[in-house]
Design a protein around this ligand. Structure first.
Ligand code: KIV
Length: 276
């Protein structure tokens, strides 16, 4: 069953947690979809996690479309969300043009980073019928990769709660809360009627998102994430074992080879001899 915004809203109303993971390639998309993840999300974290960029600000529309199209081929049920890369939504006209490119590539909705200043953009996208996910708190495109916790003071808590309400009123369908204190995230979740998706935002959001590399154990560990696998170690062990086996002629074996029938081989050998 295709998961749409109605399905995600119903999960919030029924207090069933929404599951979200970032995804950057076709095989992982197939596994996430088959595994029942609700939102498969092509984040601009593809830049630092896959492309070797130093910052999210280096990610381009071309990068995002390339990965979105690969992920689209692997998703049939999940809601497919894609990130607007840095500066691709600087004004409403540009945001609409870029969002339409993503929709033509098969995205269901578009996420954009920023607080109350993004209200005009969200409004313009909503007027075009484009589903948006807002993203407040830590914004890697603005604050860089080092994440401080947001919402620790009265003024900052008030600003976050106000921004979440304004973005929801402007027509955002979802909102990511990144690195926001658990208490403020809970207040936002209870205040807005759209689903909140937390990352480093505590236990009481309507859903949770993590970067796929972080749960697989690719790259450094983070306090907000949990490692379910040690991919770095497993991959390194596989690479070393392969190198050893090729160097020592253990791989390939006869089981990995294909053969020409003996009579055909005999003809080839005869032909070779006569041509020498
Ligand atoms: O790009 C990304 O991975 C994100 C998540 C941190 C929500 O925006």
């Amino acid at each position: 069953m295709k998961k749409d915004i109605g399905f995600l809203r119903a999960k919030k109303q029924q207090q069933q947690p929404i599951t979200v993971l970032t995804c950057y390639d076709y095989p992982t998309a197939c596994l996430q979809d088959e595994g029942g993840i609700d939102i498969v999300f092509v984040g601009d974290s593809v830049g630092t996690n896959i492309l070797g960029y130093k910052s999210e600000t280096e990610v381009t529309m071309a990068d995002m479309r390339h990965h979105l199209k690969a992920v689209r081929r692997g998703v049939s049920d999940a809601y497919l969300l894609v990130d607007m890369p840095y500066a691709a939504d600087s004004d409403a006209e540009q945001a609409i043009a870029n969002a339409k490119l993503f929709l033509s590539d098969g995205a269901d909705g578009v996420k954009l980073e920023g607080g109350i200043e993004k209200v005009p953009i969200v409004t313009a996208l909503a007027e075009q019928g484009i589903e948006t996910c807002a993203h407040i708190g830590h914004n890697p495109q603005i604050h860089g990769t080092k994440a401080a916790t947001h919402g620790r003071t009265f003024a900052k808590a008030k600003r976050l709660i106000g921004a979440a309400s304004a973005l929801a009123d402007a027509g955002a369908k979802l909102i990511v809360l990144e690195k926001i204190t658990e208490e403020v995230s809970q207040i936002i979740t209870e205040t807005v009627d759209i689903p909140t998706i937390g990352i480093g935002a505590g236990r009481f959001c309507d859903g949770q998102v993590l970067v796929i590399n972080d749960i697989l154990g690719i790259g450094p560990p983070f306090k907000h994430a949990k490692r379910y696998q040690d991919y770095n170690q497993l991959t390194f062990e596989a690479i070393c074992q392969y190198r050893e086996e090729v160097a020592n002629r253990i791989f390939p074996t006869d089981a990995n080879a294909s053969h020409i029938p003996p009579d055909k081989l005999e003809r080839v050998q005869k032909w070779l001899k006569s041509n020498r």
